[in-house]
Design a protein around this ligand. Sequence first.
Ligand SMILES: Cc1ncc(CO)c(N)n1
Length: 216
Amino acid sequence: MDPRFSERLRAGSEPAWSRAVRHRFVQELCSGRIADADMARYLVQDHRFIDAFVTLVGAAVASADSFAARLRLGRFLGMVCSEENDYFLRAFAALGIDEATQAAAPDAAPTAGFKALMREAAATRSYAAVLAVLNVAEGLYLDWAGRAPRPLPDNFVHAEWITLHDNPFFREFVAFLREELDRVGPSEEVLARGFFERAVALELAFFDAVYAEGDS
Ligand SMILES: Cc1ncc(CO)c(N)n1
């Protein structure tokens, strides 16, 4: 029996998918033992990821083929632009990272790669291509966050980053993204698979870059 399309893409992206989900960054974050400098380096890069990601979700709103899908994507976009962005601002304040420090850090290579991939997916104007990247970004984050041991770390910088990616709203949204990809992906299989695999490789590289030598 054929597994669903979204699961075939995910399985095809192994071993990178599982390496990302079990990454040192995830282990250290979920145990609350990550060094502040490493968390800060990650969050500065990830705030830039989120900027491009908001554009990508906007492209999903624009390319979706139903009003119901636009409403769900729009509600998710609202959460990212309010609650999630607010988390970043509070985390930067707690870590003592001011705007000048953030601005001084260059894009790490995976950040630049992800921004380019998201722009490319948006430029296709294909809902399937956009969904492929969204399924990786959100599905892979739900996968690791859902495995985080309880109780969560005391520090809100750690705990909230986990619960932002493992809560009922987020779970339902990821389930919706999978259903949408299952529905529209098969007719654009090569395109969807290409974006999916490139996004998984970038997720892994994004975590690796937290610990890369010579990074600011
Ligand atoms: C790199 C990356 N991938 C996925 C997510 C989840 O939105 C994120 N915040 N950052």
